[in-house]
Design a protein around this ligand. Structure first.
Ligand code: F0G
Length: 351
């Protein structure tokens, strides 16, 4: 066959697109669910990683963007706009390029990882670096789209979540059941809202008999949902989730409450520890924000909130290559080597 068709085709009937619309796809979705042996051992649970960095632009945002750009094109839109901590802008830029649309992206100046900026550049987005944070950018993007002929493709556009909910379908289709617990990083809170919608739809249709408890983890310096109020100056090295006033606040709260889940904060140190553990023990390279789901997994196993023996899925939302600076900050400088096999053997302590 022609392989994985992309999520709109794979879940026809579950993801609505306008009749006769040209589907704008990079064959996103169909990402691996990878058993995490080391994390399972550490927690006494059966842990799986939903590796969303395997999407075409390296993050889960492609799931929402294939749907949003398909709708924008069908509606005759010529331009799209978004606010972003980096991944949404990379995805919007790529899908807009494929559809022949113009894209404009508003990003917080100096606070987006290098790989994400590179993506917006090569895909030809109009990049506006704003002297403010993500929340300021989103406000600007909303105002601009309300007053000008340009379509907003942030997750406040409900069709984004329709695409993102398919990750829950894929997990169930792979495991043959729903997990007991689902751990997610939470920033603007669209993704946890979307997963809950996906699980709920499968439950309503009798495909699963129960839904997972949704565990949402925020960075300690950017944890409005944990504190129950917006954070005016969010701060974390996990720049993807440096969000103080999540747009999908209500959806996330509903997901937590209806599922018997929780919100909790993880420190930047916890995030970095999980980031390194994932890379060095599981072979899975993610960006820092993505590791917050695993930091939360480890913390909730340690404090007893996570029942031993649970089947757990942690979504790791974006690829590690997005943020080379964080990766290289762990590098130890070594002397360059002469072209000499003896020197190699010595350097590797092989004799
Ligand atoms: N992980 C990564 C890698 C992200 O880029 C984001 C959000 C999240 C987790 C959180 O997902 O916002 O649905 O709760 N990034 C947005 C962006 C804000 O602009 O790319 P969320």
């Amino acid at each position: 066959g022609a392989g994985w068709p992309g999520l709109i085709e794979a879940y026809r009937g579950r993801v609505a697109v306008p009749d006769g619309a040209r589907v704008v796809t990079l064959r996103e979705g169909g990402t691996p669910l990878v058993p995490a042996h080391h994390l399972s051992e550490l927690t006494g649970c059966e842990v799986h990683l939903k590796v969303e960095g395997a999407n075409p632009t390296g993050s889960f945002k492609d799931r929402g963007m294939t749907v949003a750009i398909t709708h924008a094109l069908a509606a005759g839109s010529k331009a799209v706009i978004c606010a972003s901590t980096g991944n949404t802008s990379a995805s919007a830029a790529a899908y807009a390029a494929r559809a022949g649309l113009t894209s404009a992206v508003l990003v917080p100046q100096g606070k987006i990882a290098l790989g994400k900026l590179a993506q917006a550049v090569v895909h030809g987005a109009k990049i506006l670096q704003v002297q403010g944070n993500f929340d300021d950018c989103l406000e600007l993007a909303r105002k601009t789209s309300a007053e000008h002929p340009v379509t907003l493709v942030n997750s406040v556009n409900p069709v984004r979540l329709e695409g993102q909910k398919t990750a829950a379908f894929e997990i169930v289709d792979t495991l043959g059941r729903a997990p007991d617990v689902h751990c997610l990083p939470v920033g603007n809170a669209g993704n946890i809202t979307a997963y809950w919608k996906g699980y709920s739809e499968y439950a309503e249709d009798g495909i699963i008999s129960g839904t997972p408890r949704m565990f949402g983890f925020q960075a300690a310096g950017a944890a409005p949902l944990v504190h129950g109020r917006p954070v005016t100056e969010p701060e974390t090295l996990a720049t993807a989730i440096r969000v103080g006033s999540p747009a999908s606040w209500d959806g996330a709260s509903k997901a937590k409450d209806a599922s018997g889940g929780l919100f909790a904060a993880v420190t930047d140190d916890d995030i970095l520890h999980a980031y390194r553990t994932l890379a060095s023990r599981e072979g899975v390279f993610v960006e820092p924000a993505s590791a917050s789901s695993v930091a939360g997994l480890l913390a909730s196993a340690a404090d007893g909130t996570l029942p031993p023996g649970s089947v757990v899925v942690c979504t790791v939302t974006g690829h590690g290559l997005k943020d080379p600076d964080t990766a290289l900050s762990g590098m130890v400088e070594v002397e360059p080597l002469p072209v000499d096999p003896e020197a190699v053997a010595t350097a590797l302590e092989l004799r």
